[in-house]
Design a protein around this ligand. Structure first.
Ligand code: 3HC
Length: 310
């Protein structure tokens, strides 16, 4: 590894040279990457739960198979990202213990219930739409394994967002009841999706350092604004109304002005007080415990194979 000193490390970052697992890196760089990558992985794994609720209730076989493929993709994204975290010396067991104990975070957005089939459309359209906006820049972040994992993840996210929008379009072109289902889902998922991009920049404790280390290439508010600017015309095309009376095109800024999110709700959800937090962690702990025999069998098999190796 290069000489352990920050200036040459920062010069590498500024020169756009990828940092690889065996390179020297400041402990803070390693720590914030483990924090962000593991919480990203947790989000992918927990993110399967809201949608999983509708796999057995999908309206057609085609929608069911698409949703199955999407949920399976999310599982893969999570495992990919846990592997990226392990390249930094993090032990997967520890990361999972932190999730199950409530110590680690995962995206606030997954603590809301999926009350109708239209929610599956809104999640693909809004949540995966937000995820793409957040993850495309991560393909260019300074840590090699994370950046490379994101390239594959973003390709699959594009399909996730398109299938969600297709569900919304089908409902909006359907009966009045279907149109009102789509509007109800937008009403419930709009603000949690706006807040998913994180706190205001001035309240973002990690942004300054993460931007200096090119882990974060755009600020929370920049990506939030990009999400809103991209999504408003799509809602208009669907014939849906975004539940924000403060939403207005600002010709001077060339962006939409928007109302103030409910930050008290945001922090409450992050602290575990959201509608589904307890249910989500209970489901993850149960899945982990029910899967203990699979892990034990895989380890026993690996040990037997290792003994057989000449
Ligand atoms: N939910 C939960 N916690 C959040 C959050 C959210 N939506 N937004 C911010 N936070 C937390 C941060 O983790 C941080 O707490 P910590 O220091 O204990 O980790 C605190 O709030 C302050 O926020 P910061 O802005 O200072 O934190 P970051 O610099 O880490 O920025 C982030 C937050 C933009 C989410 C950044 O971590 C990031 O880009 N992460 C990678 C992408 C990601 O995790 N996306 C989550 C969704 S994954 C997904 O949608 C998959 C798709 O397939 C559905």
């Amino acid at each position: 590894p290069t000489a352990p000193d920050e200036p040459s490390f920062q010069q590498r970052i500024d020169a756009g040279i990828k940092i690889e697992p065996r390179d020297w890196m400041p402990e803070g760089y390693r720590k914030t990457l483990v924090r962000q990558i593991s919480q990203h992985a947790h989000s992918e794994i927990v993110g399967q739960l809201p949608e999983g609720n509708w796999i057995t209730r999908a309206p057609t076989l085609r929608r069911k198979s698409i949703l199955l493929a999407k949920v399976q993709d999310e599982a893969g994204h999570g495992l990919y990202l846990y592997s990226a975290a392990e390249t930094l010396g993090a032990a997967r067991e520890d990361l999972l213990t932190d999730l199950h104990s409530g110590r680690a975070k995962y995206s606030s957005i997954f603590n809301y219930p999926t009350l109708s089939w239209a929610d599956i459309g809104a999640i693909g359209w809004l949540v995966d739409g937000s995820a793409i906006i957040n993850q495309i820049p991560l393909c260019r972040c300074s840590y090699g394994p994370y950046a490379r994992a994101m390239v594959r993840v973003c390709k699959e996210e594009a399909f996730h967002q398109r299938q969600g929008f297709d569900i919304m379009l089908t409902l909006c072109r359907g009966t009045p009841e279907q149109r009102s289902m789509a509007q109800d889902a937008l009403d419930r998922w709009w603000w949690p999706s706006v807040m998913m991009h994180g706190p205001r920049d001035e309240d973002s404790v990690n942004s300054a350092q993460s931007m200096q280390w090119k882990i974060k290439l755009h600020s929370n508010d920049e990506l939030r604004q990009k999400f809103i600017d991209q999504t408003v015309p799509q809602a208009e095309f669907l014939g849906l109304t975004i539940p924000d009376p403060g939403l207005k095109w600002n010709a001077e800024r060339q962006h939409y002005d928007y109302g103030e999110p409910n930050w008290q709700e945001f922090w409450n959800v992050i602290k575990g007080g959201g509608p589904c937090n307890r249910e989500r962690l209970r489901a993850r702990v149960k899945a982990y415990e029910d899967g203990a025999w699979v892990r034990a069998a895989a380890l026993a098999h690996a040990e037997k194979r290792a003994k057989r190796q000449p």
